[in-house]
Design a protein around this ligand. Structure first.
Ligand code: ADP
Length: 487
C-alpha cells in the first residue's frame, strides 16, 4: 500500500485517483504527524510526501521515518510546488528520501518513479524477510550443534565408563573417539586393536558393514599392547542415523574369553557323551531287533504295543545322538559329503511320504518341477528336508498345512526349495540367530520340545554344498524356510 501525505485534500484526491487507476492500494494522511502515526501502525511500501506542510514538513517526516526500524526501509517521494533548489534536494536525500517530483506533476514521470520505488520496496522487504529467515536458520543450526556436542560428550563419558573397548567413528569408519580401555589394545587412537592375524577378516567385515550400513557382529581374538596372549572378543557396532542418513558408528569389543572356554568345554563334553552313547545304543538296537523278530502271534497285544513304542523311542534317541555327533563333526570340520547325482523332487516326495505316515491329517502341497537332477549328498539333503518339514509341523499347532515349492533359476544353475508353514512365526529380532547352534526362540521351550541344533546342522550342510539358506517370517503368520543348491 502507498501512503500519500498532503495537507490539502484537493491535492490528495487526484493523486489517489491516478495511483488507484494503475492498480495501487492507497492510503492518505493530511499532516506529517498523522503520516508518521499511520506509518508505524500500517505496512506501507512507499510514502509520497508533500514537502510544504504546516507542522511537520515532508523532510521532517522522512527523517522521523528513518528513525524507526519498522519504517526506515520505506522509500519516499517528495512532492514540492516550490521551485526546487539544490539545497532542498540535498536536504531531501540526506534525510533518507529516495526521489523527488515537482509540481505540477507530470503523470508519466510520477508513475514511473512510483513504480520503481514500489518495486524497490518490495525487493527490500523480501531481502529483509530472507535475512530474518537465514538468521533463524543459523540460530537453529547453532542450537542443534550445541545439543549434538552435549549429547556426544555424554555418550563419550558413558563409553569411558564401560569395561569394554569402545569407539565412535564417522560415517566412513574413521575413528573419532576411543575410550581408555581401547588404548590398552591399539597402537594409537586412530587404529583398531591388535587382532590375531588369523582373523584378518575383521577389517573386511567392518568395511562391508560401513558400505551396507548394517550392524556388525563378529568374534575376533585381540591382544593388549605389550602382551602376547590373545583373548576372544565380540565386536558389535551399530550405525547412528539422522534423518535416515548414517552420521556415525558406535561400537564395542566385549571380552568373551570365559564364555568361549565354557562353550569349548561344553562342546567337548557333548562330543564325548554322544560318542559314548552311540556304542551302547547300537547294541541296544541290535538286541531289540532280535526281540522284534522273536515276537509271534502268541504274544499279548499289549506287549506288541510296548515293542512298537520302544522302537519309536529308540529311533528318536538314535536321531538325537546322530544330531549331537553331527555337531561335533561340524566343530572338528569332519562333515564329509558323499555327492551323487539324483532326482531332487523324487527325494522330496519320499520325505513327504514318510512325514505323511506319521502325520496323516496334514495337508502338504507341492508346487515345482517333477524332475530336477542335482549332484549332492542325498542323505544330507534328505536330513535338511526332514528338519525343515518337521519344524513346519512342530511350530504350527493350529493350522495343519504346509506349502512346498521348488524352482530352478533362469540360467539353470540353482535350485531353490522353500517350506512354508502357517504357524507361530518368528520375531524379526530373533531371525538372525535361528541358524545358530543351540539357539531356540525363547518362550517356546515349554510348548515345543527341541535342542536348537536341527537348523544349525541344516545350515552347515547347505553351506558345504555351496548353497544359501534363510527364513522369512512374521509372528503369527507362519514362516518360509528356504535353501538353494547349485545345480
Ligand atoms: P529345535 O526345533 O530342535 O529347537 P531347530 O534348530 O530346528 O531346533 O530350530 C531352532 C529354533 O528355531 C526353534 O527352537 C524354534 O524356536 C525356531 N524355529 C525353527 N523352525 C521354525 C518354524 N517353522 N516356525 C517357527 N519357529 C521355528
Amino acid at each position: 500500500m502507498i501512503l500519500v501525505v498532503d495537507d490539502r485534500p484537493e491535492n490528495l484526491l487526484p493523486l489517489r485517483k491516478i495511483l488507484e487507476q494503475h492498480g495501487f492500494l492507497v492510503d492518505t494522511a493530511l499532516s506529517g504527524e498523522e503520516a508518521l502515526k499511520k506509518s508505524l501502525q500500517n505496512d506501507y511500501s512507499l510514502v509520497i510526501l508533500d514537502v510544504q506542510m504546516p507542522g511537520m514538513d515532508g523532510f521532517e517526516v522522512a527523517e522521523a521515518l528513518r528513525g524507526y526500524s519498522k519504517t526506515n526501509h520505506i522509500p519516499v517521494i517528495f512532492l514540492s510546488a516550490i521551485k526546487v533548489e539544490k539545497k532542498f534536494i540535498s536536504k531531501g536525500y540526506s534525510s533518507g528520501g529516495i526521489d523527488y517530483v515537482t509540481k505540477p506533476i507530470d503523470n508519466d514521470i510520477f508513475l514511473l518513479k512510483v513504480r520503481n520505488l514500489y518495486q524497490l520496496s518490495t525487493q527490500t522487504k523480501q531481502l529483509i524477510e530472507t535475512k530474518k529467515h537465514l538468521e533463524k536458520e543459523v540460530e537453529i543450526r547453532r542450537n542443534t550443534e550445541f545439543r549434538l556436542k552435549e549429547a556426544l560428550t555424554e555418550l563419550q563419558s558413558t563409553l569411558e565408563s564401560l569395561p569394554q573397548l569402545a569407539f565412535i567413528s564417522n560415517e566412513i569408519g574413521v575413528l573419532e573417539y576411543v575410550n581408555s580401555k581401547w588404548k590398552e589394545y591399539a597402537p594409537d587412537e586412530r587404529s583398531f586393536p591388535d587382532f590375531d592375524p588369523e582373523h584378518s577378516e575383521l577389517l573386511k567385515k567392518w568395511n562391508e558393514a560401513i558400505k551396507s550400513g548394517t550392524q556388525v557382529h563378529f568374534e575376533v581374538k585381540l591382544k593388549r599392547q605389550n602382551e602376547n596372549v590373545f583373548r576372544w572378543h565380540l565386536l558389535k557396532a551399530v550405525p547412528v542415523k539422522e534423518n535416515d542418513t548414517i552420521i556415525k558408528w558406535v561400537g564395542t569389543f566385549t571380552d568373551i574369553e570365559e564364555q568361549k572356554r565354557v562353550e569349548t568345554r561344553k562342546d567337548e563334553f557333548l562330543s564325548i557323551a554322544s560318542h559314548e552313547l552311540k556304542t551302547p545304543l547300537t547294541s541296544l538296537k541290535a538286541y531289540f531287533q532280535l526281540i522284534q523278530r522273536s515276537v509271534n502271534d502268541q504274544f499279548p497285544a499289549t506287549i506288541k504295543t510296548y515293542i512298537t513304542k520302544t522302537s519309536e523311542q529308540l529311533d528318536k534317541l538314535n536321531m538325537l545322538i546322530a544330531d549331537l555327533l553331527d555337531i561335533s563333526r561340524i566343530q572338528n570340520g569332519k562333515i564329509f559329503l558323499k555327492k551323487e547325482q539324483f532326482d531332487f523332487p523324487e527325494l522330496l516326495f519320499n520325505v513327504i511320504e514318510t512325514i505323511r505316515e506319521v502325520n496323516p491329517d496334514w495337508d502338504i502341497e507341492y508346487n515345482g518341477p517333477d524332475h530336477a537332477t542335482v549332484v549332492a549328498d542325498k542323505e544330507r539333503i534328505e536330513q535338511v528336508l526332514q528338519n525343515y518339514l518337521s519344524n513346519a509341523i512342530k511350530y504350527s499347532p493350529a493350522i495343519k498345512k504346509i506349502s512346498l515349492s521348488a524352482s530352478i533359476n533362469e540360467d539353470n544353475t540353482e535350485l531353490k526349495m522353500s517350506v512354508r508353514d502357517y504357524g507361530i512365526g518368528i520375531p524379526k529380532d530373533k531371525q538372525p540367530f535361528i541358524f545358530d547352534k543351540f539357539y531356540r526362540v525363547e518362550d517356546d521351550s515349554i510348548r515345543f520340545q527341541g535342542m536348537g541344533i536341527g537348523l544349525f546342522i541344516s545350515a552347515e550342510i547347505i553351506k558345504r554344498h555351496g548353497g544359501t539358506y534363510g527364513v522369512e517370517s512374521e509372528p503369527g503368520n507362519g514362516s518360509t524356510f528356504y535353501f538353494t543348491l547349485p545345480m
